[in-house]
Design a protein. Structure first.
Length: 230
């Protein structure tokens, strides 16, 4: 799968994708990440991507022209309005639909994803209305830029791509995949500072362990995320 990132801070992504699953997936050819500096589509000496909001108000907004030009250069077919179901433009936005594990699964079925990272007080609304296929928020809080959100989305989608996480079961038996949280887990030592691992997990009875884990996952979901059971 191909990811494109449109940002005024391409250097931001040098760290997050150099480690772990995303880096290994890129090395194995399961995904590629293409960074695009939005300022390459500006035409003034200051390379400005922002301007004052109509109607007044705090701060600056990202102008539509460099963003439209960038997307139409990366995917020229967008210029004549042609859409391809296997390629999506997503605008990162606190006002977007909430990004969830099921959104990650949807996006993992695409060939290409282009993520637009906002900055300042946000992005001219015409980008959401006439360019982006979707507007996604990673949670109910306001970040200073879309880059962190884009990194979250790429990480969550990447680990669902075929062959990226070695053990397929570890991506289907996870939190949110079955509508509840994953069960709590323990590793060695069996007794750490007097806190003992539940006896049943050391007994080797697989049916009993499966049932115990199912109940433990439900109990933890009820305690931590009752909204998921409602
Ligand atoms: N004025 C905007 C509002 O209240 O909705 C917030 C703008 S925020 C300071 C700047 C940029 O950060 C946004 O354009 C968006 O790209 C990104 N951003 C902020 N919060 C986000 C969130 N929860 N999810 C995804 N992106 C977010």
């Amino acid at each position: 799968m191909k990811f494109h990132l449109l940002t005024i801070f391409p250097g931001f992504f040098e760290g997050p994708f150099r480690h772990g699953v995303v880096s290994r997936a890129a090395d194995a050819g399961a995904l590629s990440i293409h960074l695009h500096d939005l300022r390459d589509w500006t035409h003034d000496v200051h390379r400005s991507v922002d301007d004052r909001p109509f109607g007044g108000g705090e701060g600056m907004l990202m102008k539509p022209a460099p963003i439209f030009d960038a997307v139409e250069t990366i995917w020229p077919e967008r210029k004549d309005g042609t859409r391809n179901d296997r390629k999506k433009v997503i605008l990162l936005s606190a006002q977007g639909r909430k990004f969830t594990q099921s959104t990650a699964r949807e996006l993992a079925g695409l060939d290409e994803l282009l993520l637009i990272c906002g900055r300042y007080e946000g992005v001219d609304e015409r980008v959401a209305e006439h360019l982006a296929d979707d507007e996604l928020s990673i949670g109910d809080y306001v970040l200073s830029g879309g880059e962190l959100g884009a990194a979250v989305i790429i990480d969550a989608v990447a680990r669902l791509l075929p062959g990226v996480v070695g053990n397929h079961d570890s991506t289907v038996n996870e939190s949110f995949e079955n509508g509840i949280l994953d069960c709590p887990q323990w590793t060695r030592p069996a007794d750490f500072r007097g806190w003992k691992v539940p006896e049943v997990l050391m007994g080797g009875n697989h049916a009993e362990i499966r049932e115990w884990r199912r109940r433990a996952a439900l109990e933890k979901t009820g305690r931590m995320r009752p909204d998921l059971l409602a």
